[in-house]
Design a protein around this ligand. Sequence first.
Ligand SMILES: [Zn+2]
Length: 684
Amino acid sequence: MTDNPFFETWTAPFGMPPFDRIRPEHFPPAFDRGMKEQIAEIAAITGSSAPPTFADTIEALERGGRLLDRVSRVFFNLDSSDTNEELEAVARDFAPRLAQHQMRIALDADLFARIADLHARRASLGLAVDQLRLLERYHLRFVRSGALLRPEQKERMASISERLASLHTQFGQNVLHDERDWQLVLDEKDLDGLPGFARSAAAQAAKERGNDGRYAVTLARSAVEPFLTFSSRRDLRRVLWEAWTKRGAHEGASDNAPLIREIMALRAEQARLLGYESFADYRLDDTMAKTAAAVERLLLQVWEPAKEKARGERAALETVARAEGLNGAIEPWDWRYYAEKVRQVQYDLDEAEVKPYFVLDNMVRAAFDTAGRLFGLAFTEREDLSVYHPDVRVWEVRDRAGAHLGLFLHDNFARPGKQSGAWSSRFRDQESMDEPVAPIVVNNNNFARGNVAGGEPTLLSFDDARTLFHEFGHGLHALLSRVRYRSQSGTSVLRDFVEFPSQIFEHWVSAPEILRTYARHCQTGEPIPPDLLRRLLSARTFDQGFATVEFTASALLDLELHRAAASDLSDLAQFEREFLDRMGVPKEIGLRHRPAHFQHLFAGGGYAAGYYAYLWAEVLEADGFAAFTEAGDVFDPALAARLKDIYRAGDTRHPMELYRAFRGREPNIAALLEQRGLAGPQQH
Ligand SMILES: [Zn+2]
């Protein structure tokens, strides 16, 4: 194959992949050659008879695997954002082979011998701070992959990793298929209660799925939540809620239950091989939290206060529901509907009144402006670069002095072939080991597009706007990165720190300075009225009992699953039921993610025993943002400069060290309880 773009030098500006020329059949040969090249590079490193040096071992590793990195990043980004049957087949084929390749390197005894030798002499190598940490992280990564095991144990580790990669891939594809195949097709008469934006989005979704003239609600969160919030058709809310919470649990070919059982058994076995009692113990050993006990302590600190707040919220819901003639209990498909009514009464706030002020394009400009005021960044749209889907927009990012920092891609709309949820990723990471390399960052959201034919703009809920800022915070972490080594770039930090830069950035979407400028009515262009803004901001802790319960329940379940013995998981549904009972999870709230579609845990290993990380980072983030509040200026230049240092540092230093340098002390949990409205009276 002579015209494979992966085998050519890319000449588009700023290293942008030539998306217009990349086709599914280019990936297999590129993956194959990429793996082969990297194995040859490793052989060159281990083939040296001279004692290892940092340069000829660690830096050589950093320099290697370039083709594989390039093809992997393009492939996995496309497979998440714009997949099809051909890409899914490549994913199923290559996931286990890539895992096998990674393990082959991780378990290479000659390579580890060189790293271990350097590690033993690390104090006398004259290394800079970032180099020392890089060496320590390499050594730890190899040990945690099994480098110290006996040969037959290593073999078992490798085959488990290979099998897990297949299972993770299949798990994600099953969820995607349930989301793609299922839709609630409706007629005009079924839309009672739905405001204009939800009707437009449903009309657009139906049109995209060949039901022009009707309405469709898909299982994307941005479609489900408005329907559950506004539809007065309790029967349809129930149908939708049941389909939504059954994603991945439909019997048949896409049932995820058997996959979960096998994944859990294999993870437990890997942990035991490495000398840990459970996968949770293994996973958490390399985090800020360090132990399962520390994670549990944090989760339980919010659990009872959250349940208590939720009880109060339910009482208010019941009052409204009784007045409207509901005689039975509040069911999970009722919560959002009555919560919206309570919000209208208590805060005189109507989601349908708020939404016209949150035009997607304006909120994007708000995020850019915030990055400009805090960190001196400027964004210029580039329409000359080829993208992988017409929805994608590209911006060039420059610093205050006008120097190029990287590219930012925004892919904002829900569509078939795109994973649900929101995430940030990169096509290229920042580094400067041999020459400066600028990052190429992408943010994905799943917003319901406004009716294009009607010329309507896409409107966001306030929550959607917060999600936009969240992912943009991850994007900034990658764009602002100023490190030497690729493995330390931007978001390559400990898992329970990675949500800090994203979550703290969410605060600025609530900054009155930002909202007064960018929250403008979609038709009149009028800024959000001060009175509405005041009501919007004062309602921020509303329904936080619900939000904290559904999150924390999922985080506790994640921890329990990964501490359980495989024999306890033979009946997953029963395990889930017993957990819900034991913890007293309110049944009208339930879990934010049930196991069968808990992609954080099972579509990959990244957040396994790690879902708590959002709350862990929130302790730091709430405490960190309080510094700006205390300073009386959310754009305080001195604080912004110190915060920027965290975004720039990547993994060159331990996160707590970075945090202390920013805040001048360690964090405490008071600000988190305050921001979720969970602080007891004694703490006021
Ligand atoms: Zn995040």
